[in-house]
Design a protein around this ligand. Structure first.
Ligand code: ATP
Length: 215
């Protein structure tokens, strides 16, 4: 009998309230290697709350989250030190992840097209470039699971297309990716659309022919 590969992420019965405002009311989500999952839902539905909970940056009130492997998390608002350059951010994060060099970081910078800003303090970067750096930092250690909260806000069209090429490569190598998105036109790109409403997540499996839609 073939063994079923373990889920990269397995979240069960997640509850989270802010005071008396119950935002998550029993969310279940399983993500396997190479799976690309979209989390959709209205403004205020709790998508960012869910991603923060999955990333472990927000304690939950109830439920269980199991993660196999390493995690990369790209929050909605870049968490950068305005006084450090893009290059210095790479250096700090590389040290934190005990990476031997910055080669991967430099490759990501080049791929996302902002290497000319390597020596610019983050406080002087444009919103889109800050977002590119945010994404680079989440990808630096080549995580097994990537959680992205509206990662392409502020990206120009060229960068947006490069972003999707990058995601396709990651997925082909087995990275599991969860993305919060509001863009209806791109929803065919995902294996699964998971709808967050009334504090619960309802997954819808996409048609298989939709996997390789060109930009
Ligand atoms: N730290 C907080 N304290 C209190 N309430 C919060 C906090 N963070 C979020 N909320 C509330 O929880 C609800 C869910 O917020 P969240 O940001 O998770 O929604 P979202 O689906 O990501 O929204 P959007 O699509 O607008 O980004 C909202 O009503 C929001 O006001």
């Amino acid at each position: 009998m073939t063994a079923i590969p373990p889920c990269t992420l397995d979240a069960h019965d997640i509850h989270k309230a802010y005071g008396r405002h119950q935002v998550l009311r029993g969310v279940d989500l399983s993500v396997t290697r190479g799976q690309l999952v979209a989390v959709v839902g209205e403004n205020g539905a709790g998508k960012s709350t869910l991603l923060q909970a999955l990333a472990g940056t927000l304690p939950v009130d109830r439920g269980e989250i199991r993660l196999t492997g390493s995690l990369g998390y790209c929050p909605q608002d870049p968490v950068l030190n305005d006084n450090l350059t893009a290059e210095q951010h790479l250096r700090y994060f590389a040290a934190a992840h005990r990476l031997p060099d910055l080669d991967h970081g430099h490759a990501l910078m080049a791929r996302l097209g902002y290497q000319q800003y390597a020596r610019t303090p983050a406080g002087h970067l444009s919103g889109g470039t800050r977002q590119k750096l945010n994404l680079t930092l989440a990808l630096l250690h080549d995580p097994d699971l990537l959680l992205l909260d509206e990662p392409y806000q502020g990206f120009d069209w060229e960068t947006y297309l490069r972003f999707w090429e990058l995601v396709a490569d990651l997925r082909a190598r087995g990275t599991a990716v969860v993305i919060i998105t509001h863009l209806v036109f791109e929803q065919d790109r995902f294996d699964t659309l998971a709808d967050l409403a009334q504090g619960r997540l309802t997954p819808r499996t996409q048609a298989t022919e939709a996997h390789h839609v060109s930009p």
